[in-house]
Design a protein around this ligand. Structure first.
Ligand SMILES: C[S@@+](CC[C@H](N)C(=O)[O-])C[C@H]1O[C@@H](n2cnc3c(N)ncnc32)[C@H](O)[C@@H]1O
Length: 333
């Protein structure tokens, strides 16, 4: 909301249209809405697989690695320490993220690397900018593309493949595959739960035109049922059950605003203020017309001591609710 006002946009929709064509603003927007959640040794089995891969393609030469969407640096740091434990320190590592705060944190996290390790940490938007012109033996792009709709995720994936060495590979998280190949994501997830993509193997499935967020084509019915059940469970304060249903819904369609709205409700019921704020912000970003989410968001901003943001969200909720109520019966909101 603050950015909307600062940019002189009258509505969130107008702001988003402006942000899309303004690189600086786009980064600020992404920084505000995309989770930077990471942790050391996340999906360690996959990190070990990456090390095996590097052993077979790059050693004894210096392995060239790109951690794309590195967040605060735990991912590259974990990989470096696993390599170091195997006596490999002569490494070329590039770590990038769209969020400047993440870049600064990564620089700090990697500042004490082995002297033989060459590290470059820069801000880079892998969805909108060309990749660094290096030949990487391994590109880690884990838990990043899952935030994008299929078309953007595939375009970014295709671009990443151009930065691979001959036998280089891209390693992604399972949820990223859902964004990349929504129709096949579920099956792949069961099979591997940690996906590596060989060089230049762009997704083979035909492009499915879609205007909304990534969502499995056949998931509409079951997704709605899951959300209904989750809402009912929340109403009965069956919080564990609601969480399980919402996690399943998120797996089917990571960017469905309703799911994040209900996660917001769940976190509020648990008194987890930070998580509630984050889920509700995500819901309002994904669906700038979801007045219920704006209403709860207003309350969370108020509880967090941000009266201005709270007022703005409340005004937005009121306006959207009035619009929804005055819309002709049967029209889709
Ligand atoms: C959930 S974190 C994942 C961090 C790490 N890869 C991991 O798996 O633990 C997602 C990160 O991707 C970054 N990100 C999102 N969109 C991006 C983009 N277009 N270009 C570069 N980084 C992006 C976010 O800023 C965030 O730090």
């Amino acid at each position: 909301m603050a950015r909307t006002t600062k940019k002189g946009a009258a509505t969130p929709e107008e702001y988003i249209r402006a942000a899309i064509v303004d690189a600086e603003e786009r980064c600020l927007l992404l920084e505000a809405v995309i989770s930077g959640h990471t942790r050391r040794f996340r999906d360690e089995a996959q990190l070990l697989e990456i090390i095996r891969h590097l052993g077979s393609v790059s050693l004894p030469l210096r392995p060239r690695i790109w951690s794309a969407g590195c967040s605060t640096g735990e991912e590259p740091l974990s990989l470096l320490s696993l390599l170091k434990a195997r006596g490999v320190t002569a490494i070329d590592l590039v770590a990038t993220d769209v969020a400047s705060g993440a870049v600064e944190a990564t620089k700090a996290a990697l500042s004490n690397c082995d002297p033989l390790t060459r590290v470059l940490v820069i801000r880079h938007d892998l969805v909108h900018e060309p990749p660094p012109q290096w030949s990487f033996d391994a590109i880690l792009c884990r838990n990043v593309l899952m935030y994008y709709e299929a078309r953007a995720a595939r375009a970014a994936f295709d671009r990443l493949t151009t930065a691979l060495s001959d036998r280089g590979r891209i390693f992604m998280g399972a949820a990223d595959l859902l964004a990349l190949r929504p129709e096949e994501g579920d099956r792949n997830m069961r099979l591997q739960n940690a996906v590596e993509q060989p060089k230049r193997r762009a997704p083979q499935t035909p492009e499915t035109p879609r205007s909304g967020p990534a969502e499995r084509a056949d998931s509409g019915g079951s997704l709605s049922a899951l959300l209904c059940e989750a809402e009912a469970a929340l109403g009965m304060r069956k919080l564990e059950q609601a969480e399980e249903l919402l996690l399943r819904a998120e797996e089917l369609a990571p960017d469905r605003a309703e799911t994040h709205y209900l996660f917001g409700v769940l976190h509020r019921k648990r008194g987890d203020r930070g998580a509630a704020l984050s889920s509700l912000r995500r819901a309002t970003f994904l669906s700038p017309t979801l007045w219920k989410a704006f209403l709860l968001l207003a309350d969370e901003w108020r509880l967090a001591g941000h009266a201005g943001r709270a007022d703005a969200a409340e005004r937005q909720a009121t306006r959207l609710k009035e619009e929804a109520e005055s819309a002709p019966e049967g029209s889709v909101q």
